[in-house]
Design a protein around this ligand. Structure first.
Ligand code: 13P
Ligand code: SF4
Length: 355
């Protein structure tokens, strides 16, 4: 279940916002900073009403933003689902560009704003022509793309998936072989869960065309999340040495050996749910480090080990200040050519239809 900022009044003043931030973050952030953020957040709430806008935010947003302005926060799957229910005219997306694009794919008639053109190492690892080349090389093999791709890549694929439903999507295809793009580690982790091999094809030289038959395999790509790639088995071993009772949760964008050495692996929402329901006293989250801070105040009985210094530089581009700017200037507007949007919509909707 995602968290909606439902404990704030409808039209919060800076004093309401300061009091709320103090409850959520008073142990971690100085009062003066919280007050400055509350002033900006008050202006955002006012402008949000004037523009008839809704703010959607990913779980990786900075804690002062996460706890002050979103109407809805969640993982990629929850945000995509929520985007289909929005009735406001404007969606301000606090996340990275592929997420804002997904909201636009699902809401062509709405204005979708992204406060900064924030990228993603996975989304930039593959192009639509790479996907076309793979389809030519492995004819008839269904293509699954991770939601962390741009609209033109989604448009070339049969179905999307997120870290929250990848296994379900793969199983729904009932296919011996699947092209699964672009995250090499997510592909390896899901291949292992579903009893498949993973193949990362070698590059073809220019002009060379080849078709290949493979069996019981995932055909992957060498995309990596620059954040999750940094976690190692040594990190886990050293934390377990110091805190033998720690429970380790790893995002499936981590290396397969890191996932294997962890106690649980799941999307950011699955990790939050785990923390809400666990009796464990100590948790280590192997994911973007804002998450621990964002959920700490709601789970006071569990200690989130603050050993993380891995912040996604792209998610970190989004701030309360540029959310305000975004609503003032109505920028950056997400635009997708309609032919690409229609094809990408098919792949996203097919994923959502799986439930
Ligand atoms: P989820 O929140 O869907 O688990 O994805 C995390 C992510 O990769 C965002 O960059
Ligand atoms: Fe992309 Fe990784 Fe940042 Fe997520 S955490 S936006 S996958 S670079």
């Amino acid at each position: 279940m995602s968290i909606v900022q439902n404990t704030l009044p409808d039209n919060p003043t800076k004093d309401d916002l300061f009091a709320h931030l103090k409850i959520k973050l008073g142990d971690a952030i100085p009062e003066m900073v919280l007050y400055e953020k509350a002033i900006v957040a008050e202006q955002i709430h006012k402008l949000k009403r004037e523009r008839n806008a809704v703010i959607l935010a990913h779980n990786y947003m900075a804690s002062t933003l996460y706890h002050s302005v979103p109407d809805f926060v969640g993982d990629s799957l929850e945000l995509s689902r929520y985007a289909t229910t929005v009735t406001a005219d404007v969606i301000v997306f606090c996340g990275v560009e592929f997420m804002a694009e997904t909201a636009k794919i699902l809401n062509p008639e709405k204005t979708v704003l992204l406060p900064s053109r924030a990228g993603c190492s996975l989304a930039s690892s593959i192009t639509a022509s790479d996907v076309r080349a793979l389809k030519a090389r492995y004819p008839g093999v269904p293509v699954v793309t991770y939601i962390n791709t741009y609209a033109d890549v989604k448009a070339e694929t049969d179905i999307c998936c997120t870290s929250g439903n990848a296994r379900k999507v793969v199983e729904s295809l009932k296919s011996d072989t699947i092209i699964f793009l672009p995250d090499e580690y997510l592909a390896s982790n899901i291949a292992k869960e579903t009893g498949k091999h993973i193949i990362i094809p070698t590059a073809l030289t220019a002009g060379q065309a080849r078709t290949e038959a493979v069996q019981n395999s995932f055909i992957g790509w060498n995309g990596r999340c620059e954040v999750h790639d940094q976690f190692s088995v040594e990190d886990i071993n050293s934390v377990r040495h110091d805190y033998p009772d720690v429970v380790v949760l790893a995002h499936p964008e981590c290396k397969p050996e890191v996932v294997a050495a962890s106690d649980m692996s799941g999307s950011t929402a699955a990790m939050i749910k785990y923390v809400q329901n666990t009796t464990a006293k100590r948790i280590l989250l192997l994911t973007e480090c804002s998450m621990g801070e964002n959920i700490a105040s709601s789970n006071p009985a569990t200690e989130m080990l603050r050993l993380c210094s891995v912040r996604c530089p792209h998610m970190a581009e989004i701030s309360l200040e540029n959310v305000l700017w975004s609503l003032q200037e109505m920028k950056h507007v997400i635009e997708i050519p309609e032919d690409i949007r229609i094809k990408a919509h098919r792949a996203v909707q097919r994923m959502l239809d799986i439930g």
